[in-house]
Design a binder for this molecule. Structure first.
Ligand SMILES: *Cc1c(COP(=O)(O)O)cnc(C)c1O
Length: 357
């Protein structure tokens, strides 16, 4: 480690929230990590400082053309008070993939892992300990040049902020209803779907809003060209168990490769459960459903880990999956992944990183 991270501790400490009332992403800890970039200096001045607002000119590029990237991962506090991160290297590698797509300069992955560990250690008391709770970590980069021209910015700011989150499944894990989206698309091959960038989320809001008005919690996205092939569900990857085989859409240039998706494929292979990454049409999925072979469906991502799908609304028809109940594979994957993440189960793949080691 050559670059030293400068630390300024906050003089006052905020009151910690009651975990039972925590909403996702509303409360932030006492500190944040900040680092700046200029074309002449490269990334410079990595520092941990008190959490607080930042001041920027209205002409800052961040407010105009969406040249931004972000990540999302979690820290967990174990029963014996260790603090664990889950595969943080995967997130930081992905951040650099997103950077490349958005013409943002590469960051030093080792330095950012070190920053994550130090920041989370400093705000360790903010990590809730109750079952299902964690500390959400949001690294992100914004362009900070004051300029209205359409071009990659010459200045950037990288920040990491932390937010304690309550249990995603307060009333137990429960399947959701999904609207198969046949009008809007999330991403197309050649676009920015493989990058974690704000624009993908901005373009998804309308479909999400309309699905909610119809009583569905999220949409199932189809491919952007033919609207035939299954891609993702909401901002999660998607899996189906069809006649004993677990299938997820193959990475095709518009699907975001989730760390959870990758971990699930590893686990299923380890268990000897047939798993395949391939192109899957909505038509074939419907056929499997009609033949009684669609056994389970679930979304996967850092926030929920596993989100079982109990119903798909497709072509004016309700496809009810597994009687609207959580399937066995979904449950086993949820228990195993969260067990490894929280230190309750053996870390057989060496996925967990202790922030103090
Ligand atoms: C972040 C994200 C995912 C899930 O990725 P994880 O690394 O598993 O959290 C899936 N799809 C989209 C579009 C995403 O932005």
């Amino acid at each position: 480690m050559t670059t030293k991270i400068d630390i300024t501790l906050s003089e006052t400490k905020k009151e910690k929230p009651n975990v039972d009332q925590l909403e996702f992403g509303r409360v932030f800890t006492d500190h944040m990590f900040v680092m700046d970039y200029s074309a002449t200096k490269g990334w410079y001045d990595p520092r941990i400082v008190p959490y607080g607002p930042i001041s920027l000119s209205p002409s800052t590029m961040a407010f105009h053309y969406g040249q931004t990237v972000f990540e999302g991962l979690k820290a967990y506090r174990t029963k014996d008070d260790k603090v664990l991160l889950f595969r943080p290297n995967k997130n930081i590698e992905r951040l650099n993939l997103s950077n490349d797509r958005l013409c943002i300069p590469q960051i030093d992955e080792e330095l950012v892992i070190e920053a994550l560990k130090q920041l989370v250690s400093i705000d360790k008391e903010w990590i809730p300990t109750a079952e299902g709770t964690s500390l959400y970590i949001r690294p992100f980069i914004i362009p900070t040049e004051y300029y209205l021209g359409v071009a990659p910015s010459k200045h950037y700011r990288f920040m990491i902020i932390l937010s304690p989150v309550g249990s995603y499944y307060k009333e137990g894990i429960h399947p959701v209803k999904i609207f198969v989206e046949n009008e809007y698309v999330r991403a197309v091959a050649g676009g920015t779907g493989t990058a974690k960038t704000g624009g993908n989320y901005a373009s998804s809001l309308k479909a999400q809003d309309e699905a909610e008005k119809r009583g569905y919690s999220q949409v199932l996205w189809l491919d952007g060209l033919e609207k035939k092939y299954v891609e993702e569900v909401g901002s999660m990857n998607v899996f189906f168990k069809i006649n004993g085989e677990v299938v997820t859409p193959a990475l095709n240039g518009s699907i975001l490769e989730g760390v959870t998706r990758n971990s699930i494929i590893h686990l299923l292979k380890h268990w000897g459960v047939p798993v395949s990454e391939r192109r899957l049409s909505m038509e074939d999925l419907y056929k499997a459903y009609k033949e009684g072979q669609l056994e389970e469906a679930f979304g996967t991502g850092t926030a929920a880990v596993i989100s079982p799908i109990g119903e798909l609304f497709y072509n004016e028809e309700r496809m009810v999956i597994n009687n609207g109940e959580t399937g066995d594979i979904s449950m086993k994957l949820y228990d195993t992944l969260t067990g490894i993440q929280t230190g309750a189960l053996e870390d057989i793949f060496n996925w967990v990183v202790n922030v103090n080691e």
